[in-house]
Design a protein around this ligand. Structure first.
Ligand code: NAG
Ligand code: ZN
Length: 283
């Protein structure tokens, strides 16, 4: 009996490693033909020109680093600097609902297996190419997959070309995995202003923000207690509506997400919140 157990453990380890390697996302032929490249980029993806982008329609830059909000243009409608939203931005839901950023990760699986009803995942391209199978499983369970850029840069400090690169590579990673083009985009750090809006719009996507920030990532820094987040959610629940910002990039935030889900009486996906389509296009 002992030998059998040992053997199965020995067999299991190399097998799981092999399946991890196999699950890395192949670089599709259509993307090789279009970009002339053969592998997924690193944290600074190359800008590949797109014929539908009209540079004349891109709003002027309020170029600034994250948190440096003193010199932004007066009419740039910055979400992170001044909590400004445009009429087209989504930031609320008629039913208090969760959204998850920064995945897919190894922890996403536990989350999707414990959600009572589907949610919305704002995924990073760099994570999709590492965990394409988890992306597909999240999708198969009815969750709506949306974009959170390629590598989580603060967009307002990038050039127009760099912003386009952050979006196009994220969209390509989603298309290579889920065979769809996303309808919803969430800017990293809420870094959204009129210039970023005017670029996201040209991809046919709608920006999605939030009006309930759990600050769940602060649990990892010992700056927030899971029990306090759950208390806040319970208090907020009576309001009925709301869009909650969470993260599926760590075990701690996933566990809070599962506990929040238990408090909610079901929830809506972002397209269900607004009566919109799940994807811009599917292949
Ligand atoms: C999406 O993927 C399909 C192949 O499934 C490809 O033909 C198409 O060009 C891709 N489109 C984009 C915008 O990535
Ligand atoms: Zn994020």
């Amino acid at each position: 009996m002992k030998i059998v157990i040992c053997l199965s453990v020995l067999l299991w380890a190399p097998l799981s490693e092999a399946s991890l390697l196999k699950s890395a996302l192949p670089f599709p032929d259509w993307l090789r033909d279009f970009t002339g490249l053969t592998e997924w980029p690193g944290l600074d993806p190359p800008y590949i020109p797109l014929d539908f982008i009209n540079f004349a329609a891109i709003e002027p830059s309020s170029n600034h680093k994250i948190g440096e909000c003193n010199n932004i243009l007066p009419n740039s409608c910055s979400f992170d600097c001044s909590n400004c939203v445009s009429t087209e931005d989504i930031f609320n839901c008629p039913k208090l609902s969760q959204t998850f950023d920064d995945g897919p990760s190894a922890f996403t699986l536990k989350l999707i297996n414990n959600l009572k009803t589907p949610s919305t995942f704002f995924t990073l391209g760099t994570q999709i190419v590492k965990y394409p199978e988890i992306y597909k499983q999240a999708m198969a369970k009815g969750n709506v997959m949306a974009s959170h850029s390629w590598s989580h840069k603060y967009l307002p400090e990038l050039t127009n070309e760099e912003i386009i690169a952050q979006i196009e590579w994220s969209v390509w990673a989603m298309n290579a995995t889920g065979h769809h083009l996303p309808k919803y985009f969430r800017p990293p750090y809420g870094g959204l202003d009129n210039r970023v809006r005017s670029i996201v719009k040209q991809f046919g996507m709608t920006n999605v923000l939030w009006n309930f920030d759990t600050h769940d990532w602060k649990i990892l820094l010992g700056q927030r207690k899971a029990s306090d987040i759950l208390k806040d959610i319970t208090n907020h629940k009576s309001a009925g509506n709301g869009l909650i910002l969470e993260h599926d990039h760590s075990s701690q935030t996933v566990n809070v997400g599962i506990d929040i889900n238990k408090i909610l009486d079901g929830q809506l996906t972002v397209p269900q919140c607004v009566g919109g389509v799940n994807y811009l296009r599917t292949f």
